[in-house]
Design a protein around this ligand. Sequence first.
Ligand code: PLP
Length: 377
Amino acid sequence: MVVENKRIPLATPTMHGEENDYIKEAFERNWIAPLGFNCDGFESEMSAYLTENGEYSCLCLNAGTAALHLAVKLAGVKRGDKVLCSDMTFAATVNPVTYEGGVPVFIDSECETWNMDPCALELAFKKYPDAKAVMLAHLYGTPAKMDEIKEICDRHGAVLIEDAAEALAADYKDKKCGTFGKYGVLSFNGNKIITTSGGGMLICENESDRKKALFWATQARENFPWYQHEEIGYNYRMSNVVAGIGRGQLLHLEEHRDKKEEIYRTYEEAFKYLPVTMNPYLKDSKPNFWLSCMLIDEGCPVDPMDIMDKLAKENIEARPIWKPMHMQPVFEGYDFITANGEDVGKDIFERGLCLPSDIKMTEEEQKRVIDTIKSCF
Ligand SMILES: *Cc1c(COP(=O)(O)O)cnc(C)c1O
């Protein structure tokens, strides 16, 4: 009998049981509607997780993208305003800028974290001194160079929005990702470090901003006995059932992070003698290692797409690095700023590959991944 190799996925949800208890309570109390006690609980528990004194106001929403959109609105981005955006990221970082008529300007990555290059950001402010906001993503759970980026944003009076969708539980100099910007965004999409099946959260410095975001997320319904509307609104709220999954998951966040790191360390050790490095991070930061990625050395003739194909034949899922936004047809014609004429994002895209990082992956399964990759060199 031929035994099929069991599929090894990139990243899938990992449930624990407590999620069910919170959902059950929602059913028992017939609180299935949006908002409710699980949403309140998830928000305050997340706030307490992010800072010791829970000084940030969190708002549950139905997607990270919704949170990004509301952050762009709160930042006051209007038609024609320039927003300086991470270039190598998921399109969801940038799309919400355009919902408000903002004009993205793409900022190249640096090699030390693969995130927004502060030198390129500084150059972009020289060219666009009136840029309204900076949209920064922490790629694959690796914190960006926050000291430099925050200083540049402050000096130019631009609002910093932090897309921490991939970076929950990562920190930079002992401060959690998502709490550096005026607004932070989390995602609980199915493949993230914790999931609610789908959902997101907006992190605000001020409670008044949270209130405004909740108002927009609730169809901008004014406080009248009848349905009174004075602004355009959205239906962006999270359901009380979904928030229950999040509360159960949050109990296991640190455990997920530790397993992700173990996976990364195993790859790192296994590739020691290959012409390959792992996705890099700063020594004074602590990534959440959401996805382990490899980068093939410059000049090495091995093509990451061939590795991906070979893995696929073994029923192993790998994925290319996020294709930079300035290379996307939909954003053709938008400006792209590099630090010294070199296109760092394109280079990483062409030499990199995201590897299976599912925390349910066994030692034997990861060995299968590693052996397959080694056989490509
Ligand atoms: C997943 C992700 C998002 C979008 O979050 P959703 O909850 O899927 O809307 C935004 N930005 C980045 C960098 C992401 O990885």
